[in-house]
Design a binder for this molecule. Structure first.
Ligand SMILES: Nc1ncnc2c1ncn2[C@@H]1O[C@H](COP(=O)(O)OP(=O)(O)OP(=O)(O)O)[C@@H](O)[C@H]1O
Length: 485
């Protein structure tokens, strides 16, 4: 068959020849399909051909699909990664989704139309990202009229990342956080975002970037905890060809790629003192020296950093340089944990069901009242990331679109009792520890309402009677705290 050269290419990695062939037949008309039976063959194929999408079976000889896709993410970050798995693998996959940056996972037995639609969407998402990058470039180089048109297209593309994307209940403590972030966005100050893991620090940093005059520049992310010093340095500041074994070509660092934009340094609290010295120099001098380069390169970036650590405490302990702390902490913003803004759980959960449902090919997924009640009764130590994983798991194992409480993990189901006792105890970890008195009282009120509604299985008459409220009064409070079932 004669295939046009410009068809996007897909690599299918599966040790069963029959599955390979079934996928080839499904995708053949729209894509240039390559197949591989194991990781070695897949690596070889990717070294020789530019691959747009990789579809990888979770069960592979020697290693899991998720582990292999983690490697693919590091070596070929632009390739969209999809994993195919049996029902029983779903826990492993959910655990690995973030690390391997998996676009979607498809449950076996897969349906040809769904597989085809997923791969088409993946290619579209990749094209959209490329378009956005191209628009950024055009914006920097074009005439004023063209620039205006490009700006309009770009603002459409980036509306996905603005402050509205940060879901919250009316009156949530996050309102004040977003308000401050929105105000500081327009000034070229460094921002330090503090908060527990999974609270939405990166989402906030993104919103700051896209609300800033640097929005037309790139927003690049580096997780400083993920790699040793030398690699981190070469990632951020770049390297010259031959600077070390394996440096086959010049590599511009993330600071250069973010020139005119924003660098988000996640987990900055984990960096070593030696690296902190180098970073401080870059920030003071406004230039980077790629590893092995003779001359420094000027860079103009805004730094937004984040950490789940108490950075001031680390400064006092001598683990974090004080001078770097003052450089990066122009403005400090703290994102409260989900348990201190329990009213946000319902709106966030609803958005996540829409988002994750669409990703998993289950766009009609929704939460039953009982499931929502359980989600609201759990303290979420892993915050919104844990909530997202829980929702992905529930959608994956639920047969029907309306997710029942039984599809939730047992720890979330049992969280109901945990919340009731936490609410009753003055030492309960669910008691809010930050905010003004009225904010804390609001949080406690929301907690008591939720716990009562849970016990009465969302029966408003019985809950209102117990709390000495009218039904209308209870409804008003439920709406205020986003407790609508
Ligand atoms: N208010 C929110 N509304 C909707 N989605 C949210 C909200 N906050 C966080 N999320 C989602 O939760 C997940 C975790 O958020 P994010 O990565 O921003 O957290 P983080 O604090 O940077 O985590 P970590 O410290 O582990 O890097 C992401 O998928 C993000 O889109």
């Amino acid at each position: 068959m004669n295939l046009p050269d410009n068809l996007p290419s897909v690599l299918v990695v599966d040790d069963e020849v029959r599955s390979q062939e079934a996928m080839r037949r499904t995708l053949d008309e729209d894509f240039m399909v390559f197949t591989a039976s194991d990781a070695d063959a897949a690596r070889l194929c990717m070294e020789r051909n530019p691959i747009s999408v990789i579809l990888c079976d979770q069960r592979m000889p020697g290693l899991t699909g998720v582990l292999f896709l983690k490697e693919v993410r590091e070596r070929w970050p632009d390739t969209v990664r999809i994993v195919i798995s049996g029902y029983t693998d779903s826990e492993d996959i959910i655990a690995g989704i973030n690390e391997a940056g998996i676009y979607q996972y498809i449950l076996k037995p897969w349906v040809p139309d769904h597989l085809l639609a997923t791969v088409r969407n993946a290619v579209e998402a990749q094209n959209l990202q490329r378009d956005t990058n191209r628009l950024h470039l055009e914006l920097r180089t074009s005439t004023p009229v063209l620039r205006q048109r490009t700006q309009a297209k770009l603002s459409k593309a980036r509306s996905v990342f603005d402050f509205d994307r940060i879901e919250r209940a009316p009156g949530s403590p996050l309102d004040a956080v977003c308000e401050v972030a929105m105000r500081v966005a327009r000034y070229d100050l460094s921002v330090l975002v503090l908060g527990e893991s999974g609270t939405g620090k990166e989402l906030l940093a993104r919103a700051v970037h896209y609300a800033s005059p640097r929005a037309a520049g790139a927003f690049v992310v580096e997780n400083c905890a993920a790699m040793p010093d030398t690699l981190l340095e070469s990632e951020l500041f770049g390297h010259k060809r031959g600077a070390f074994t394996g440096a086959y070509e010049d590599h511009p660092g993330l600071f250069q790629r973010a020139h005119g934009g924003t660098v988000f340094l996640d987990e900055i609290g984990e960096t070593s003192p030696a690296f902190q010295v180098r970073l401080l120099r870059v920030l003071q001098e406004g230039e980077v020296r790629p590893v092995g380069a003779a001359h420094p390169v000027p860079v103009d970036v805004r730094v937004v950093a984040a950490t789940h650590r108490d950075l001031e405490q680390r400064v006092r302990e001598g683990l974090f340089r004080e001078d770097l702390y003052y450089r990066i902490a122009g403005i400090t913003i703290t994102v409260p944990p989900l348990r201190e803004r329990a009213g946000d759980i319902a709106p966030i959960a609803r958005r996540l069901v829409r988002e994750v449902g669409a990703e998993l090919g289950r766009p009609d997924a929704s939460l039953s009242d009982e499931a929502l009640a359980c989600l609201m009764g759990y303290p979420w130590p892993g915050n919104i990331r844990e909530l997202r994983n829980e929702i992905a798991r529930a959608i994956a194992i639920s047969d029907s679109d309306a997710i029942a409480a039984q599809s939730l993990s047992s720890r979330v189901l049992h969280g109901q009792a945990g919340l009731a006792s936490a609410a009753a105890s003055t030492h309960g970890s669910a008691l809010p520890r930050t905010g003004t008195l009225s904010e804390r009282l609001d949080a406690i009120e929301a907690m008591v309402l939720r716990e009562t509604l849970l016990r009465h299985r969302w029966n408003k008459t019985r809950s209102a009677t117990e709390l000495g409220l009218s039904r209308v009064g209870l409804r008003g409070k439920m709406a205020r705290f986003g407790l609508e079932g």
